[in-house]
Design a protein. Structure first.
Length: 164
């Protein structure tokens, strides 16, 4: 059984899409572990604020299968197939980690955004503080402690998951 970590983001009807996305993730993966929800500014473009979180889960699926499931969930929630990388979105699901695998294909693992986006690193450090980054050999807690927190505005918010 592999342990995976998935970032979740939305700035278009984010409460609705978070609930739908989490319900879909729970249909495909086991033992979901949810971080707090964080409010962040759009990074890389002018857009509305995002809600972000990280979900830990267990799976017997391959990396390819996990990536395909995440893309399908995004599309089921209104993500345009031709969406630009830096744009508003209904639901953005990114595989951050698959056990301690390091690879470039089908996606780069560990995902590079872990170390430079506060909205990925803080929630990951919250639910997996003692997990070690497979390339940097530091825990996510240490990486968060070392992170320049003035570089991105981010704050935890109360979020009612309503059972997803």
């Amino acid at each position: 059984m592999a342990k995976v970590y998935i970032s979740v983001g939305s700035n278009i009807e984010p409460e609705k899409h978070f609930r739908l996305g989490l319900q879909a993730l729970s249909n495909h993966f086991k033992a979901l572990n949810l971080s707090s929800v964080y409010l962040s500014e759009a990074v890389g473009f002018d857009g509305g604020d995002f809600l972000n979180m990280v979900v830990g889960a267990e799976t017997e699926r391959t990396i390819n299968e996990v990536v395909d499931i995440l893309k399908a969930i995004e599309f089921e929630n209104g993500r345009a197939k031709d969406a630009k990388k830096f744009s508003s979105r209904t639901l953005d699901l990114d595989l951050l980690l698959y056990d301690d695998k390091i690879c470039q294909l089908p996606v780069r693992l560990p995902r590079s955004e872990i170390t430079f986006n506060a909205f990925v690193l803080w929630p990951l450090a919250e639910i997996a503080p003692n997990l070690v980054h497979p390339e940097l050999s530091k825990t996510y807690s240490v990486l968060w402690q070392e992170y320049d927190k003035s570089s991105q505005l981010l704050k935890p918010i109360a979020f009612d998951f309503l059972g997803f």
